[in-house]
Ligand binder design. Structure first.
Ligand code: NDP
Length: 447
């Protein structure tokens, strides 16, 4: 039995039925183990065993009332994973597929991602199996207020600072933060992703998508390529996907697709700015379906219940959800000569798909590096709130670009192959992210 097998057997035993969490840990352990075994001090202090056990998990009931007066009860969690290098930080997800396993995987990933940004942020994640889709604004408000009535006890600007994620956008953050401020009777930056009218940072909404494109550009440049003129297949049409599309178009790339859980749309000649604006309004304001784009524009075709991976492209950006890009999708992309996959979502690529990309020399940027722009600007929002100032769009964008460049450099530093060829971004991100947290844990002693 190898050290990895032994470690994973213990983890599976301690966390049965948590497949997403097991998957996320296995990916990290496989890539860091040789490096970890070379560090006697980390091994002796059981850093990996400690790092895979959350500091605490808070589970609670959220009771609320529909517009018709029916009482509903949902389950909610906050997984406070590790605060060695800063207050807990990580989004809230509202989606019917949310389970403790999903939030543990996301919280675990968040430790590495936050460390990679170079900012002082620990790892956490939270959410609920509440489905905001098809709910009225008032129903969402009542749910958010009820959730915060419990959550406020466990968060705070120096303790734990939640943000948005799938199903939690400006509307939800506003309801949640409003209730926090009311219950605590003080205005502090205890949440990020707020509207700019009440303490939000410029560029926060755009940051994850923009950052993903900046990372992709760094990755291509490092390997002698450029983004301009490249065709990109993007999945999802949420916050991350649409702003990745926006920045890619600005950089002269051709965006071929967007998708949602109903299927994908293909833009015959690449998406144009008018279509992008339509998509923003469709998803942000009208909460509509992506299929409506095909009804609205010539040259846009909708494929129901399908993934976009069969569409020819140079670059793939999975920006919807975990495990959306499997081995079958990877084969389609490889057959079409994809050169890079840059993850906008968290863990969108399955392990077999990642293996195929590696075998075929496709560059793969893991989400914990390439989608870290969102939490990075959240970190900048915390700083602005603490100083009671707000930076301009240009200022925040400059900082975001610098942070993404530095994350890329950290990946290169720890992920370069000995033959000087392609960078292994998964190894680079995991080792670099782990090192900083592990050193802090060592410094604190046994706790
Ligand atoms: P949104 O809720 O804005 O959008 C999510 C998109 O993914 C929608 O198009 C949605 O389609 C689709 N989607 C969600 N679940 C599924 C599913 N099970 N099957 C198919 N499609 C699905 O979320 P975000 O854009 O904020 O987040 C997308 C990803 O990026 C997530 O993995 C998130 O964790 C990650 N991320 C987000 C950050 C942020 O700042 N927002 C930061 C870092 C990572 P539909 O509407 O039909 O459900």
């Amino acid at each position: 039995m190898t050290e990895i097998d032994q470690f994973m057997a213990g983890l599976r035993k301690r966390n049965p039925n948590e497949s997403e969490f097991q998957q996320a840990v296995e990916e990290v352990v496989q890539s860091v183990m040789p490096w970890y075994l070379d560090h006697q001090d980390y091994r002796q202090s059981q850093i990996l065993e400690r790092l895979t056990e959350p500091d605490r998990i808070i589970i609670f009931r959220v009771t609320w009332e529909t517009d018709q007066g029916h009482v509903r009860a949902n389950r909610a969690w906050r997984v406070q994973f590790n605060n060695s290098i800063g207050p807990y930080k990580g989004g809230l997800r509202f989606h019917p597929t949310v389970t403790q396993s999903v939030l543990k995987f996301l919280g675990f990933e968040q430790i590495f991602k936050n460390s990679l940004t170079g900012l002082p942020m620990g790892g956490a994640k939270g959410g609920s199996n509440f489905n905001p889709r098809d709910k009225s604004d008032r129903e969402v408000m009542r749910f958010c207020q009820s959730m915060m009535t419990e959550l406020h006890r466990h968060i705070g600007e120096d303790v734990d600072v939640p943000a948005g994620d799938i199903g939690v956008g400006k509307r939800e953050i506003s309801y949640l933060f409003g209730q926090y401020t009311r219950l605590e009777n003080r205005w502090v930056g205890a949440m990020t992703g707020k509207d700019t009218s009440f303490g939000g940072s410029a560029i926060r909404t755009e940051a994850t998508g923009y950052g993903c494109v900046y990372f992709c550009e760094n990755m291509l440049n490092h390997h002698g390529e450029d983004l301009a003129g490249k065709s990109i297949v993007i999945s999802g049409s949420g916050n991350v996907a649409r702003y990745a599309a926006e920045k890619a178009i600005e950089k002269g790339a051709k965006v071929m697709t967007l998708s949602d859980s109903g299927g994908f749309v293909e833009f015959a000649h690449g998406m144009n700015r008018e279509q992008l604006e339509f998509a923003h309004v469709l998803k942000e304001e009208n909460r509509g379906r992506i299929s409506e784009m095909a009804e609205q524009f010539d040259g846009v075709k909708f494929y129901a219940d399908s993934d976009p991976w069969g569409v020819k492209c140079d670059i793939a950006m999975p920006c919807a959800t975990q495990n959306e890009l499997d081995a079958e999708g990877a084969r389609l992309l490889i057959n079409n000569k994809v050169m890079a996959v840059c993850e906008g979502a968290n863990m969108p690529t399955t392990a077999p798909a990642a293996g195929l990309f590696k075998k075929n020399g496709v560059l793969l940027a893991p989400g914990k590096a390439s989608n870290a722009g969102g939490v990075a600007v959240s970190g900048l929002e915390q700083s602005q709130n603490a100083m009671r100032i707000s930076w301009t769009r240009e200022e925040v964008n400059d900082r975001l670009q610098n942070i993404m460049r530095e994350i890329h450099e950290r990946c290169v530093e720890h992920g370069s192959a000995s033959d000087g060829q392609q960078v292994n971004y998964i190894n680079g991100a995991n080792i670099s992210g782990l090192k900083k947290v592990a050193d802090a844990m060592l410094g604190y002693g046994v706790m």
